[in-house]
Design a protein around this ligand. Structure first.
Ligand code: SF4
Length: 196
C-alpha cells in the first residue's frame, strides 16, 4: 500500500496534533506487538548493583561503572561523573568487560622449562620465587660499580644484564613502585606501556 505523507497523517490520526494509537493500529502498526518484539526480556542493567571503578588499561585512568548482578559482572560502561572521561571510553576501555568475563583468559601461572615445548601450570608463589631467584642471580653476576666512559673510569652502579617490560594494566602507583625498585637494583632498561 502506498500512502502520501498527508494520507498517512490523516489515517493515523496524527495530523491534528492529537495522535492516537488507534490510527497506528488501523495501519497494522500495533504498538504493543512492536514493543514486545523489540524490548529485551531483561534490560542489561536491570537489578544490578553499580560499582564505580577505574579502567585498568592505561594511565589516563578513565572512570568506569561496573554493573553486578548476583555477584557476577554483567556490564561495564563509562562513568558520566568522572571528570576525566565524562562517560566516554576508548575502544580498549569499552572492551574491558572481556578482561574479566572471558573463557579464553588464562587465570593461572604457566611455565615453560628451558628447552621445553609445553607450558605447565605452576603456583603463583613458586613463580614469584623463581623470578626473584633469577633477578638476584643475574644482578649479582652482571652488576658493575664502575665503567670506562671516554677513557675515564666513572661510577655507574648498574646492571645491563636484565630488562623490565611492563604491561598495559599497570596503574600509576604500580609504575612508581616498579621504577623505584628497579632503579634501586641498578636496572637501566625499564619500559612500561602505561604512559598515554
Ligand atoms: S585505555 Fe582507554 S578507556 Fe582505559 S583509561 Fe586509557 S584511554 Fe581511558
Amino acid at each position: 500500500m502506498s500512502l502520501s505523507r498527508r494520507q498517512f497523517l490523516k489515517r493515523s490520526g496524527l495530523s491534528a496534533g492529537g495522535g492516537t494509537l488507534g490510527g497506528l493500529v488501523a495501519l497494522g502498526l500495533d504498538p504493543e506487538r512492536a514493543r514486545a518484539a523489540t524490548v529485551p526480556l531483561e534490560w542489561k542493567i536491570e537489578r544490578t548493583k553499580v560499582v564505580p571503578s577505574i579502567c585498568p588499561y592505561c594511565a589516563v585512568g578513565c572512570g568506569l561503572l561496573l554493573h553486578v548482578r548476583d555477584g557476577k559482572l554483567v556490564n561495564v560502561e563509562g562513568n558520566p561523573d568522572s571528570p576525566i572521561n565524562r562517560g566516554t571510553l576508548c575502544p580498549k576501555g569499552a572492551a574491558s568487560y572481556q578482561l574479566t568475563v572471558n573463557p579464553n583468559r588464562p587465570t593461572g601461572c604457566l611455565y615453560r622449562r628451558p628447552g621445553g615445548t609445553e607450558w605447565e601450570p605452576i603456583e603463583l608463589n613458586r613463580a614469584m620465587d623463581m623470578v626473584a631467584e633469577r633477578v638476584k642471580r643475574t644482578r649479582d653476576a652482571t652488576f658493575r660499580r664502575t665503567a670506562t666512559v671516554e677513557g675515564r673510569e666513572v661510577t655507574v652502579n648498574h646492571t645491563l644484564g636484565i630488562g623490565s617490560l611492563g604491561g598495559a594494566t599497570m596503574d600509576n602507583e604500580w609504575n612508581y613502585t616498579q621504577a623505584k625498585m628497579w632503579r634501586g637494583l641498578g636496572g637501566v632498561f625499564l619500559e612500561n606501556q602505561a604512559r598515554i
